[in-house]
Ligand binder design. Structure first.
Ligand code: GJV
Length: 409
């Protein structure tokens, strides 16, 4: 053991667990999200020799994150985050997204009578477009438009130039640090990131809800869900991996494993999934009730799925997207849905593609069962890991495949 320790104690690096890992077989080492492990040997790409609480074993490198020595930048990366939102680029992208912006406009228009005399909080108002919809399409008593970035200075101007200054008060502040004049009847926000949670602005929305939403108040969106479908992705796989088989007549297939690691280990944002590439009907795997969900719940969200393949083809991976639902303020009013999936009008989020390391040929009637886990990054608080576990036509635990996709750290 002494010899082992002297070898082990050399150049050990500290890493942090991004998600729970359950060892299969004696050689592997189990750990939970947030655990700090000492990695002694990274000679293999995929499996590292690590130590945790005096035990040694192999751990999957994709489940580990380097712990920043001293977190010189804050874990929320707020400076960079709010600097980005202080420029027009992202706001133009969101405002140019008609499906997104028109849905919110429709929600306010169809509830305009009931909004009369109410107080509305717009969390992360950006240019103030939603607050201006409230002030021009209905007669609320007040709208509190909260925006932490420097965009708020322009928002003040836009409110004045669109006749909203009687109703709308703009606050340039993080909503968590804010004292409002009164509690509110409606909390309105467009907080959804890629795969629903990325950026974790939802935490700010929930903290604002807990502090400022009146009992019986309305959350808009009221609920949201993450939807998943097994899919084909021939073009992506051809362009990223098969490309190396024949590169100007040369055989570069030696690079394919590097290509898999570089291009397939992270999710692909802004993927445009075509309906014909869906291998089965999609399923809502995770659903959030925005009135009752707690901040602690969003550390780790998990859902199961079971897909019956409806067409033979190649199983390249999974595609995910989200929907948001807006309950009516009127007793029997109609719920409005913003669906960012392949069967709805394209939005700026598009969909997110998660590719398997190697595609699997699949037949009509095959059954893909498994689970999806959204695990918040224990260090970088706006990031998460998405872990897919699945198997095909079997419930035999030994045949379960698992892949952990960091988004992004
Ligand atoms: N759907 C998204 N993924 N992002 C769109 C909304 C993001 C807007 O909310 C602002 N914002 C984000 N977090 C906060 C916060 N805690 N307090 C105030 N404004 C915020 C941010 O500056 C930006 O203008």
């Amino acid at each position: 053991m002494l010899e082992n320790e002297s070898v082990e104690s050399r150049e050990a690096e500290e890493f942090i667990g991004l998600a729970d890992f359950v060892a299969e077989g004696g050689e592997q080492l189990s750990f939970s999200v947030g655990d700090k492990l000492l990695v002694h040997d990274k000679s293999s790409e995929v499996w590292w020799w690590a130590e945790f609480q005096g035990h040694f074993g192999y751990v999957p490198s994709s489940y580990l994150n380097q712990t920043p020595e001293d977190l010189e930048e804050d874990a929320w990366q707020d400076d960079e985050y709010f600097e980005n939102y202080g420029t027009l680029r992202l706001h133009l992208e969101m405002l140019a997204d008609k499906a997104r912006t028109e849905t919110y406009r429709q929600v306010i228009l169809s509830n305009s009578a009931t909004l009369r005399g109410r107080i509305i909080l717009d969390v992360g108002c950006g240019t103030g477009v939603l607050s201006l919809f409230c002030a021009t399409l209905s007669q609320p008593a007040a709208v509190y438009a909260v925006e932490a970035s420097s965009m708020a200075e322009h928002t003040q101007q836009l409110v004045q130039q669109n006749g909203g200054e009687e109703i709308i008060t703009v606050f340039q502040e993080r909503v968590e640090n804010l004292t409002l004049p009164a509690k509110v009847d409606v909390l309105l926000s467009e907080w959804m990131g890629n795969c629903l949670l990325f950026e974790f602005m939802l935490e700010s929305v929930l903290l604002a809800r807990d502090r400022w939403l009146k009992k019986g108040g309305m959350m808009w969106p009221s609920s949201a869900c993450l939807t998943v479908v097994p899919c084909q992705a021939f073009s992506d796989y051809r362009k990223k991996v098969e490309f190396w088989d024949n590169t100007y007549g040369l055989n570069f297939s030696y690079l394919k494993s590097l290509a898999q690691k570089e291009f397939l280990s992270k999710p692909k944002f802004s993927h445009h999934l075509l309906p014909e590439d869906c291998l089965s009907s999609p399923a809502d795997v995770i659903t959030l009730d925005l009135l009752t969900i707690q901040v602690s719940d969003i550390e780790r969200l998990r859902g199961e799925f079971r897909f019956t393949v409806e067409k033979s083809g190649m199983f390249h991976g999974f595609t995910a997207w989200f929907s948001a639902y807006f309950l009516s303020l009127e007793e029997h009013g109609q719920t409005i849905q913003l669906n960012t999936g392949p069967h709805s009008e394209l939005t700026h989020w598009k969909q997110t593609l998660f590719m398997l390391d190697a595609p699997v040929s699949i037949e009509k009637g095959d059954v893909i069962t498994g689970s999806l886990c959204l695990q918040r990054n224990p260090v970088w608080r706006r990031h998460l890991s998405i872990i897919f576990s699945w198997n095909i036509n079997s419930t035999d635990a030994s045949k379960i495949h698992t892949k952990c996709f960091p988004m992004w750290r």
